[in-house]
Design a protein. Structure first.
Length: 161
């Protein structure tokens, strides 16, 4: 099996470049979406410091349904437009939330979560197929470099899941 050894002390843009290359290598040629989401969640968990949750919600029959992830067990179904994940899916846009307690309707699956980054996975015409959700116990954990890095992973994931 592939052995990826991230150097977490790298500057963030480089760390995300390595993560993207690892994600590409790990999912290339594998058609199974669950296998690819599971490995992508595990890679993000391994590469990105200070997370308490990283994983996918899939858009199925008009609601978000829990997919492969790393972290504690989480809410299973999230209606479109609710919480940070439901907002990202409904608005088809990345949500970078520095303080989840200040986000109206935030869904507290894990009380430890303080900040959150959620990126939609868009297929061809721009329709949402899933969201990629990262949570951190640190307030203000995510910045524009994390947003750019995870958006690149989400774009790759959209073609592999
Ligand atoms: N906090 C999210 C729910 C999902 S979990 O954090 C894993 C939200 O408000 O959408």
């Amino acid at each position: 099996m592939h052995a990826f050894e991230p150097d977490r002390s790298l500057p963030k843009p480089e760390l995300y470049r390595e993560l993207l290359a690892a994600a590409d290598a790990l999912t290339s040629g594998e058609p199974d979406p669950v296998a690819n989401m599971a490995n992508l969640a595990a890679l993000i968990w391994q590469f990105v410091p200070d997370l308490n949750w990283a994983g996918f919600y899939r858009l199925l029959a008009g609601e978000l349904v829990l997919g492969p992830f790393c972290g504690k067990p989480a809410c299973i179904r999230i209606p479109l437009g609710q919480g940070v994940c439901g907002t990202a899916a409904a608005e088809r846009s990345t949500q970078l939330v520095a303080d989840v307690q200040a986000f109206p309707g935030h869904i507290a699956c894990d009380a430890a979560s303080r900040s959150e980054l959620v990126v939609p996975l868009l297929r061809d015409g721009g329709s949402v197929i899933a969201v990629l959700d990262l949570d951190s116990p640190l307030p203000g954990r995510f910045d524009s470099e994390d947003k750019a890095g995870i958006e690149a992973i989400a774009a790759l994931a959209a073609s592999r899941v």
